[in-house]
Write a protein that binds this ligand. Sequence first.
Ligand SMILES: *Cc1c(COP(=O)(O)O)cnc(C)c1O
Length: 395
Amino acid sequence: MPGFEIFGDEERREVQDVLETGILFRYGFDAARKGRWKARTFERELARRTGAARALLCSSGTAALSIALAACGVGAGDEVILPPFTFVATMEAVVHAGAVPVFADIDETLCLDPAGLEAAITPRTRAVIPVHMCGAMARIDEIRSLCDRRSLVLIEDACQAVGGSYRGKALGAFGHMGCFSFDSVKTVTCGEGGAVITDDEALYARADAYADHGHDHVGADRGAEGHSILGTNHRISELNAAVGLAQFRKLDRILEIQRAAKKALKTGLSDCARIRFRELPDPEGDSATFLSFFLPDEESARKSVKDLSEAGVDGCFYWYDNNWHYLRRWDHLKQMRGAARLPMELISNPPDYQNIRLKRSDDIMSRAVSMLIKLSWSDRDIAERIERMRTVLKG
Ligand SMILES: *Cc1c(COP(=O)(O)O)cnc(C)c1O
């Protein structure tokens, strides 16, 4: 999964290229930078690959979510529907936008269930953020048509799904905006970095301004730039963009390695009657960063994770108990522990996060196990892994 496993001369060369000019800032310095535009080049390549009209690099995936919410005009008091299985960043971005996270059930795609989404819509719902978890897609066509029908803003959290697609169209390209993360453990890494993509020029202009103090980036004199909106600083540096550019150009190779490993694993485990693989609305578009499967019940899932670890099968996750990725353990949200008073405390009846019940999600997550697929595995590593997994999962 993580692109850092295949760092090489390509990354070193791009970074060196930036250091030679000394221009680490992504804007301006036109003469001094000698034609080296790492952030801008990465943006063009990301837009081309995803089929989006525009891409904007930024400092993180979390920043990308904040930028997308701001650009789409989602803010104070707006309800935003999201799944309970994601990284805390999705929820944080909503909270810090002044909006209110509303959680809706997932299904066996491990992503937002369109029916769960529909049931969570209220007159205050403004936006929906489906998350393409563990490298693969939500039922994004159904979610998109529901959002169209109900006039809701659709922002895709594709932070874990760069390179993934649904019926040939890139994940992240279905919504008004799509968000990517290039943090240090993601498929493509900048060290720290992220991006938003969109087909809408007006949204792009607002995103571009918001991510850089509202500056409109018009004209050569930076000090004379106008401010269309209040913004902040979510910029990426040329150094981070340089690493990401080299990494992004390896994406096809990364996908090929992951998909081959996953195919071998699925074939090798196909007669393990106790497990059922995660549902994939379009298996062809899976970026294959993880192999996820379900055990019949919570008890056997817990036991399998323990047995797999004891059998030397590393990289297995039991998300149900995970502090980072599943709502059940987000005590800081449940107690609304903000650094300061949270905007959502000002609304008349904020959600009672302490007593949220998402029975369907709990049932699914309590049976789910995911295993990281590594780029560094040899054929022999994979064969051994299959043997070890079979002894645990066949029984
Ligand atoms: C990693 C991640 C983010 C946040 O990305 P950062 O670059 O670490 O800020 C957001 N959502 C999901 C689903 C992620 O996995």
